[in-house]
Design a binder for this molecule. Structure first.
Ligand code: ZN
Length: 157
């Protein structure tokens, strides 16, 4: 990786979210909880999700974890984008993000902040870092049991 590539990759926005995350911590209450791990880089993440009364809309998402700038910035950007979204909508955002990491798609205007991650698609070793939080979110939303403490790995993804 050349120096200019690295500069492109760690864009200003990504670094800002890494250094000053706005969605770090745990939601209260916790309706969904999921741990995720990206063995190829060593990133770990713990997502907590607060849903509305009927359980079909996301009120809040927070994360804790340790990892590289890409993994942490991706989690913060995701949490930002998910507030107030229907669960179904959030799941299609997971798909869209994964397509974006293949260079096949990007987000519409209202969610264009997420497109700062698009550059990561050029760096195969970093794609799993960016995808980790979305992969973990999907598992969190699809598991009805918030006390499930299993760790999912995105190694197969
Ligand atoms: Zn990473």
């Amino acid at each position: 990786m050349t120096l200019s590539n690295v500069r492109d990759l760690y864009q200003q926005v990504i670094l800002e979210h890494y250094k000053k995350p706005r969605h770090k911590g745990k939601t209260t209450p916790v309706h969904r909880f999921q741990r995720g791990h990206n063995p190829s880089c060593g990133d770990t993440i713990e997502l907590t999700v607060q849903l509305n009364d009927t359980g079909d809309r996301i009120e809040d998402v927070k994360f804790e974890g340790e990892g590289c700038a890409i993994a942490m910035a991706s989690a913060d950007l995701m949490a930002d984008a998910l507030r107030g979204k229907q669960v179904g909508e959030a799941l299609s955002m997971v798909q869209r993000f994964q397509s974006m990491m293949k260079g096949e798609d990007e987000f519409p205007k209202e969610q264009r902040k997420l497109n700062v991650m698009a550059g990561v698609a050029q760096f195969p070793v970093r794609i799993k870092c960016a995808n980790l939080t979305w992969h973990t979110l999907k598992a969190a939303l699809e598991s009805p049991n918030s006390s499930d403490t299993s760790v999912i790995s995105n190694e197969e993804a």
